[in-house]
Design a protein around this ligand. Structure first.
Ligand SMILES: Cc1cc2nc3c(=O)[nH]c(=O)nc-3n(C[C@H](O)[C@H](O)[C@H](O)COP(=O)(O)O)c2cc1C
Ligand code: SF4
Length: 272
Protein backbone atom coordinates (compact mmCIF):
# COMPACT_ATOMS: atom_id res chain seq x y z
CA UNK A 1 0.00 0.00 0.00
CA UNK A 2 1.34 3.47 -0.94
CA UNK A 3 1.45 5.66 2.15
CA UNK A 4 2.61 9.29 2.22
CA UNK A 5 6.26 8.30 2.79
CA UNK A 6 7.69 5.15 1.30
CA UNK A 7 11.21 4.10 2.18
CA UNK A 8 13.00 1.64 -0.07
CA UNK A 9 14.59 -0.70 2.47
CA UNK A 10 17.05 -1.95 -0.15
CA UNK A 11 18.46 1.54 -0.65
CA UNK A 12 18.01 3.15 2.78
CA UNK A 13 21.26 3.40 4.78
CA UNK A 14 19.42 4.29 7.99
CA UNK A 15 21.39 7.53 8.35
CA UNK A 16 18.37 9.56 9.49
CA UNK A 17 19.13 12.47 7.15
CA UNK A 18 15.46 12.82 6.17
CA UNK A 19 14.17 12.91 9.74
CA UNK A 20 16.88 15.36 10.73
CA UNK A 21 16.02 17.78 7.91
CA UNK A 22 12.22 17.55 7.86
CA UNK A 23 11.01 21.11 8.69
CA UNK A 24 7.73 19.76 10.07
CA UNK A 25 9.41 17.15 12.27
CA UNK A 26 7.01 14.48 11.10
CA UNK A 27 9.54 11.72 10.37
CA UNK A 28 10.26 9.27 13.17
CA UNK A 29 13.73 7.75 13.13
CA UNK A 30 15.75 5.64 15.53
CA UNK A 31 19.28 4.42 14.67
CA UNK A 32 19.11 0.90 13.32
CA UNK A 33 15.55 1.40 12.09
CA UNK A 34 13.97 2.74 8.93
CA UNK A 35 12.47 6.24 9.00
CA UNK A 36 8.69 6.46 8.93
CA UNK A 37 5.96 9.05 9.10
CA UNK A 38 4.88 9.76 12.66
CA UNK A 39 1.40 8.47 13.39
CA UNK A 40 -1.34 11.04 12.63
CA UNK A 41 1.21 13.48 11.18
CA UNK A 42 0.10 13.29 7.56
CA UNK A 43 -1.70 16.66 7.63
CA UNK A 44 1.36 18.39 9.11
CA UNK A 45 3.60 17.35 6.23
CA UNK A 46 4.34 20.42 4.09
CA UNK A 47 4.80 18.37 0.92
CA UNK A 48 8.06 20.33 0.55
CA UNK A 49 10.11 17.39 -0.71
CA UNK A 50 13.08 17.98 1.61
CA UNK A 51 13.03 14.30 2.62
CA UNK A 52 13.28 13.21 -1.03
CA UNK A 53 15.86 15.89 -1.86
CA UNK A 54 18.21 15.16 1.02
CA UNK A 55 18.42 11.39 0.61
CA UNK A 56 21.67 10.67 -1.30
CA UNK A 57 20.58 7.06 -1.85
CA UNK A 58 17.25 7.74 -3.61
CA UNK A 59 15.56 5.69 -0.91
CA UNK A 60 12.79 8.12 0.05
CA UNK A 61 9.63 8.37 -2.01
CA UNK A 62 6.73 10.71 -1.22
CA UNK A 63 3.23 10.06 -2.54
CA UNK A 64 2.71 13.74 -3.39
CA UNK A 65 6.31 14.63 -4.29
CA UNK A 66 7.17 11.45 -6.20
CA UNK A 67 10.83 10.50 -6.41
CA UNK A 68 10.36 9.82 -10.11
CA UNK A 69 9.55 13.54 -10.65
CA UNK A 70 12.58 14.73 -8.66
CA UNK A 71 15.64 14.58 -10.94
CA UNK A 72 19.06 14.44 -9.31
CA UNK A 73 21.02 17.68 -9.04
CA UNK A 74 23.69 17.67 -11.76
CA UNK A 75 26.95 19.01 -10.25
CA UNK A 76 28.14 19.85 -13.77
CA UNK A 77 25.37 22.47 -13.97
CA UNK A 78 26.31 24.20 -10.71
CA UNK A 79 27.24 27.86 -11.06
CA UNK A 80 30.31 29.47 -9.54
CA UNK A 81 29.88 32.35 -7.06
CA UNK A 82 30.99 34.80 -9.78
CA UNK A 83 28.47 33.35 -12.22
CA UNK A 84 25.73 33.61 -9.61
CA UNK A 85 26.54 37.25 -8.88
CA UNK A 86 26.64 38.20 -12.56
CA UNK A 87 23.42 36.29 -13.24
CA UNK A 88 21.59 38.14 -10.46
CA UNK A 89 23.18 41.55 -11.10
CA UNK A 90 22.55 41.46 -14.83
CA UNK A 91 18.77 41.23 -14.37
CA UNK A 92 17.21 44.37 -15.82
CA UNK A 93 13.73 45.69 -16.46
CA UNK A 94 13.16 45.36 -20.19
CA UNK A 95 10.90 47.92 -21.86
CA UNK A 96 11.85 47.51 -25.51
CA UNK A 97 10.55 44.33 -27.07
CA UNK A 98 10.61 42.78 -30.51
CA UNK A 99 7.25 43.06 -32.25
CA UNK A 100 4.99 40.05 -32.62
CA UNK A 101 3.40 37.67 -30.15
CA UNK A 102 5.35 35.45 -27.79
CA UNK A 103 5.36 31.70 -28.42
CA UNK A 104 2.93 30.12 -25.96
CA UNK A 105 5.51 27.42 -25.16
CA UNK A 106 7.99 30.13 -24.10
CA UNK A 107 5.46 31.74 -21.73
CA UNK A 108 4.53 28.32 -20.36
CA UNK A 109 8.22 27.60 -19.69
CA UNK A 110 8.65 30.82 -17.70
CA UNK A 111 5.51 30.21 -15.65
CA UNK A 112 6.66 26.65 -15.00
CA UNK A 113 9.93 28.02 -13.60
CA UNK A 114 7.90 30.42 -11.41
CA UNK A 115 6.38 27.33 -9.73
CA UNK A 116 9.73 26.59 -8.10
CA UNK A 117 9.77 29.83 -6.11
CA UNK A 118 9.08 29.27 -2.42
CA UNK A 119 5.54 29.79 -1.16
CA UNK A 120 4.49 30.30 2.45
CA UNK A 121 3.68 26.89 3.99
CA UNK A 122 4.36 25.50 0.52
CA UNK A 123 0.79 26.53 -0.34
CA UNK A 124 1.38 26.77 -4.14
CA UNK A 125 -1.99 28.43 -4.74
CA UNK A 126 -1.01 30.91 -7.44
CA UNK A 127 -3.07 31.17 -10.61
CA UNK A 128 -1.88 32.73 -13.85
CA UNK A 129 -3.51 34.83 -16.55
CA UNK A 130 -1.85 35.53 -19.89
CA UNK A 131 -2.82 38.20 -22.43
CA UNK A 132 -0.64 37.43 -25.43
CA UNK A 133 -2.19 39.92 -27.80
CA UNK A 134 -0.74 43.39 -28.39
CA UNK A 135 -4.04 44.87 -29.62
CA UNK A 136 -5.76 43.77 -26.40
CA UNK A 137 -2.95 45.32 -24.38
CA UNK A 138 -3.28 48.57 -26.33
CA UNK A 139 -7.01 48.61 -25.55
CA UNK A 140 -6.33 47.87 -21.89
CA UNK A 141 -3.73 50.64 -21.71
CA UNK A 142 -6.31 53.00 -23.24
CA UNK A 143 -8.76 52.04 -20.51
CA UNK A 144 -6.14 52.77 -17.83
CA UNK A 145 -5.43 56.16 -19.42
CA UNK A 146 -9.14 57.04 -19.52
CA UNK A 147 -9.39 56.15 -15.82
CA UNK A 148 -6.34 58.36 -15.12
CA UNK A 149 -7.93 61.23 -17.04
CA UNK A 150 -11.05 60.90 -14.86
CA UNK A 151 -8.92 60.86 -11.70
CA UNK A 152 -7.00 63.96 -12.79
CA UNK A 153 -10.26 65.71 -13.72
CA UNK A 154 -11.75 64.88 -10.31
CA UNK A 155 -8.66 66.24 -8.54
CA UNK A 156 -8.86 63.40 -6.02
CA UNK A 157 -6.22 60.70 -5.72
CA UNK A 158 -4.02 62.21 -8.43
CA UNK A 159 -0.46 60.88 -8.30
CA UNK A 160 2.42 63.04 -9.61
CA UNK A 161 3.04 60.70 -12.55
CA UNK A 162 -0.53 60.67 -13.91
CA UNK A 163 -0.37 63.90 -15.99
CA UNK A 164 3.01 62.83 -17.39
CA UNK A 165 1.68 59.39 -18.34
CA UNK A 166 -1.40 60.86 -20.01
CA UNK A 167 0.76 63.32 -21.95
CA UNK A 168 3.01 60.50 -23.19
CA UNK A 169 -0.04 58.49 -24.28
CA UNK A 170 -1.42 61.50 -26.15
CA UNK A 171 1.90 61.72 -28.01
CA UNK A 172 1.47 58.14 -29.22
CA UNK A 173 3.63 56.36 -26.64
CA UNK A 174 2.30 53.54 -24.43
CA UNK A 175 3.70 54.19 -20.94
CA UNK A 176 1.57 51.42 -19.40
CA UNK A 177 3.10 48.49 -21.34
CA UNK A 178 5.81 50.21 -23.42
CA UNK A 179 6.22 47.88 -26.44
CA UNK A 180 5.41 44.62 -24.62
CA UNK A 181 3.33 42.18 -26.69
CA UNK A 182 2.35 40.03 -23.72
CA UNK A 183 1.16 40.41 -20.14
CA UNK A 184 1.43 37.70 -17.50
CA UNK A 185 -0.62 38.22 -14.33
CA UNK A 186 0.03 36.18 -11.20
CA UNK A 187 -2.97 36.00 -8.86
CA UNK A 188 -3.76 34.39 -5.53
CA UNK A 189 -7.11 33.59 -3.91
CA UNK A 190 -8.47 35.29 -0.80
CA UNK A 191 -7.38 32.49 1.55
CA UNK A 192 -3.71 32.86 0.62
CA UNK A 193 -2.12 34.15 3.81
CA UNK A 194 0.98 35.45 2.02
CA UNK A 195 -0.54 36.07 -1.39
CA UNK A 196 1.45 39.14 -2.40
CA UNK A 197 4.75 37.69 -1.23
CA UNK A 198 4.21 34.41 -3.04
CA UNK A 199 3.25 36.32 -6.20
CA UNK A 200 6.33 38.54 -5.95
CA UNK A 201 8.65 35.59 -5.49
CA UNK A 202 7.17 33.65 -8.41
CA UNK A 203 7.39 36.69 -10.68
CA UNK A 204 10.98 37.24 -9.58
CA UNK A 205 11.84 33.69 -10.63
CA UNK A 206 10.09 34.32 -13.93
CA UNK A 207 11.99 37.57 -14.41
CA UNK A 208 15.35 36.01 -13.62
CA UNK A 209 14.72 33.09 -15.96
CA UNK A 210 13.48 35.15 -18.91
CA UNK A 211 16.84 36.42 -20.32
CA UNK A 212 18.18 32.86 -20.59
CA UNK A 213 15.48 32.30 -23.23
CA UNK A 214 15.94 35.60 -25.08
CA UNK A 215 13.05 37.17 -23.24
CA UNK A 216 12.63 40.21 -21.04
CA UNK A 217 10.13 41.34 -18.42
CA UNK A 218 9.06 44.45 -16.55
CA UNK A 219 6.80 44.79 -13.52
CA UNK A 220 3.63 46.60 -14.68
CA UNK A 221 3.26 48.91 -11.69
CA UNK A 222 1.10 51.51 -13.42
CA UNK A 223 -1.44 48.83 -14.31
CA UNK A 224 -1.23 47.36 -10.80
CA UNK A 225 -2.21 50.69 -9.28
CA UNK A 226 -5.14 50.98 -11.69
CA UNK A 227 -6.22 47.42 -10.80
CA UNK A 228 -6.18 48.32 -7.12
CA UNK A 229 -8.25 51.46 -7.67
CA UNK A 230 -10.70 50.45 -10.37
CA UNK A 231 -12.65 47.14 -10.29
CA UNK A 232 -13.67 47.62 -13.94
CA UNK A 233 -10.04 47.37 -15.04
CA UNK A 234 -9.62 44.27 -12.87
CA UNK A 235 -12.59 42.74 -14.67
CA UNK A 236 -11.18 43.79 -18.05
CA UNK A 237 -7.92 41.97 -17.28
CA UNK A 238 -9.93 38.88 -16.27
CA UNK A 239 -8.79 38.67 -12.65
CA UNK A 240 -11.43 36.65 -10.75
CA UNK A 241 -13.23 38.45 -7.94
CA UNK A 242 -12.06 35.84 -5.45
CA UNK A 243 -8.42 36.77 -6.16
CA UNK A 244 -7.61 39.92 -4.17
CA UNK A 245 -3.88 39.39 -4.72
CA UNK A 246 -2.42 40.06 -8.15
CA UNK A 247 0.53 41.57 -9.98
CA UNK A 248 0.99 41.98 -13.73
CA UNK A 249 4.29 41.61 -15.57
CA UNK A 250 5.14 42.62 -19.14
CA UNK A 251 6.78 39.86 -21.15
CA UNK A 252 8.28 39.70 -24.62
CA UNK A 253 11.40 38.96 -26.62
CA UNK A 254 13.95 41.53 -25.50
CA UNK A 255 15.22 44.05 -28.02
CA UNK A 256 17.64 45.78 -25.66
CA UNK A 257 21.02 44.32 -24.75
CA UNK A 258 23.07 45.52 -21.78
CA UNK A 259 26.83 45.46 -21.30
CA UNK A 260 27.40 46.71 -17.76
CA UNK A 261 26.19 46.07 -14.22
CA UNK A 262 24.99 49.38 -12.75
CA UNK A 263 25.78 49.94 -9.09
CA UNK A 264 23.05 50.25 -6.44
CA UNK A 265 22.94 52.19 -3.18
CA UNK A 266 24.92 50.54 -0.38
CA UNK A 267 22.86 48.26 1.87
CA UNK A 268 21.66 49.89 5.07
CA UNK A 269 22.33 47.25 7.71
CA UNK A 270 21.93 47.35 11.44
CA UNK A 271 24.22 44.72 12.96
CA UNK A 272 22.80 43.80 16.36
C1 LIG B 1 6.41 34.24 2.73
C2 LIG B 1 7.04 32.98 3.25
C3 LIG B 1 7.07 32.73 4.61
C4 LIG B 1 7.66 31.57 5.10
N1 LIG B 1 7.72 31.38 6.46
C5 LIG B 1 8.37 30.29 6.95
C6 LIG B 1 8.53 30.12 8.37
O1 LIG B 1 8.08 30.94 9.18
N2 LIG B 1 9.20 29.03 8.82
C7 LIG B 1 9.70 28.10 7.97
O2 LIG B 1 10.29 27.12 8.43
N3 LIG B 1 9.58 28.22 6.62
C8 LIG B 1 8.94 29.31 6.10
N4 LIG B 1 8.83 29.48 4.74
C9 LIG B 1 9.41 28.47 3.86
C10 LIG B 1 8.32 27.61 3.19
O3 LIG B 1 7.76 26.71 4.12
C11 LIG B 1 8.99 26.88 2.04
O4 LIG B 1 9.34 27.84 1.07
C12 LIG B 1 8.10 25.83 1.41
O5 LIG B 1 7.88 24.78 2.32
C13 LIG B 1 8.75 25.23 0.14
O6 LIG B 1 9.99 24.66 0.46
P1 LIG B 1 11.34 25.15 -0.22
O7 LIG B 1 11.49 26.65 0.05
O8 LIG B 1 12.43 24.36 0.44
O9 LIG B 1 11.19 24.88 -1.68
C14 LIG B 1 8.22 30.62 4.22
C15 LIG B 1 8.17 30.88 2.84
C16 LIG B 1 7.61 32.05 2.36
C17 LIG B 1 7.61 32.29 0.88
S1 SF4 C 1 7.73 16.48 2.47
FE1 SF4 C 1 8.79 17.94 3.84
S2 SF4 C 1 7.46 18.11 5.64
FE2 SF4 C 1 6.78 16.27 4.51
S3 SF4 C 1 7.90 14.57 5.44
FE3 SF4 C 1 9.13 15.25 3.71
S4 SF4 C 1 10.56 16.75 4.60
FE4 SF4 C 1 8.91 16.46 6.11
Amino acid sequence: MMTLLNVDHEKCKQDGLCANDCPAGVIFFKPGQYPELKRGAEAMCLRCGHCVAICPHGAMDHAEVPLVDCPPIDPALSVTPDQAVQFLRSRRSVRRFKPGPVEQADIQRLIDIGRYAPTASNAQVLRWLVINDKSRLDALAGQVIEWMRAVVASGEGVTPYMPVVIKAWDKGFNPIFHTAPCLVVATAPAGASNGMIDISLALSYLELAAPQFGMGTCWAGLLQYALECNPKIKTAVGIPEECPYHYPMMVGYAKARYYRLPERKPAVITWL
